[in-house]
Design a binder for this molecule. Structure first.
Ligand SMILES: NCc1[nH]cc(CCC(=O)O)c1CC(=O)O
Length: 308
């Protein structure tokens, strides 16, 4: 079953764009491809926050089931949405070259400013809510679930003054003309994996096919950075409902810089650690240990109590 390569993806426009991007890279090296769109629980349940849906893998589980049943060869995910532990029968094969990683503020108001008092910002991310409380304390936030088109519609209807989103998705969907602020990655450190596309397969997929697929898709520097960020997230026992953040960059061929931490829901306390190292996984785990020891453990416990 090598031709065509069947790619399972969420059916949102952003997910389809990403799956088509993966397909195009495979087509360039001679693979035929076919997209298999499915809906996930995260797409279907829109009246609850992600923190409340709670289960891990809200955007990935149905895709992984398709891989397990052998119906598809590859699952295409936003790397940010992939849980920090992958079951043993599955494997993260490739990470595509990362897009700009920062968050942006979108508004239809041409004179929009984050400094304006009384503004209402739409976001569905506990990390962004907490960072906004800390770094833009006069701004109010409101829940903004749904795919990017749904959120843009709510913005256009005036439910918020602005939306806070990942630049990557905004760029892929062509909404850059609405960007009013680029948020700095020093204050608004992005979520683990933001801006990269992850490609997953069954561990038992033919080894030679795996090698050829990986060669067509994987971007080694991005892969190294993602391993460090994901090792951090894993050790933090984070899920998407925990306001942790992690950004790895390469200083040179053999040096990784990892900046990562956690912030309390009210933005009052933030623990942020920067370290460099040459082994991605060891670095990620070391940064997590340091974050936990320097107050992260207490922040995590308080968040768990509040979300119960
Ligand atoms: N959790 C939703 C999600 N997953 C990936 C992206 C954007 C694309 C990316 O970060 O790679 C988004 C939307 C957003 O955070 O604005």
């Amino acid at each position: 079953m090598t031709n065509p390569i069947r790619l399972v993806t969420r059916s949102s426009r952003l997910a389809m764009w990403q799956a088509e991007h993966v397909a195009a890279l495979l087509n360039q090296v001679g693979f035929e491809t076919e997209l298999v769109p499915v809906q996930t629980i995260g797409d279907k349940v829109l009246d609850r926050t992600l923190a409340k849906i709670g289960a891990k893998g809200v955007f990935t589980e149905e895709l992984e089931e398709s891989l397990r049943r052998g119906e598809t060869h590859l699952a295409v995910h936003s790397a940010k949405d992939v849980q920090s532990t992958i079951p043993e029968d599955l494997e993260l094969l490739a990470f595509l070259e990362r897009e700009k990683v920062n968050d942006v503020v979108l508004s239809f108001q041409e004179d929009f400013s984050l400094a304006k008092p009384g503004i209402l910002l739409g976001t569905s991310s506990t990390r962004r809510k907490a960072q906004l409380r800390r770094y833009a304390p006069h701004a109010e936030t409101a829940e903004a679930r749904g795919n990017l088109q749904t959120r843009l519609r709510k913005l256009e209807e005036g439910q918020y003054d602005a939306l806070v989103l990942a630049y990557a998705g905004v760029h892929r969907m062509g909404y850059e003309h609405l960007v009013r602020h680029e948020l700095s990655t020093t204050q608004f450190v992005p979520a683990t994996g933001q801006g990269s596309i992850a490609v997953e397969c069954a561990a038992g997929l033919d080894a030679d096919l795996k090698t050829r697929l990986k060669a067509a898709l994987d971007h080694a520097p991005t892969h190294t950075c993602l391993l460090a960020e994901r090792a951090f997230l894993h050790r933090m026992e984070g899920g998407c409902s925990i306001p942790s953040f992690a950004l790895a960059t390469l200083l040179d061929d053999s040096t990784i810089r990892l900046e990562a931490g956690i912030i309390s829901l009210d933005g009052e306390e933030e623990v942020k650690v920067v370290q460099t190292g040459s082994d991605a996984v060891i670095l990620g785990e070391a940064v997590a240990q340091e974050v936990l020891a320097r107050g992260g453990r207490a922040i995590l416990a308080a968040i768990r109590a509040a979300q119960r």
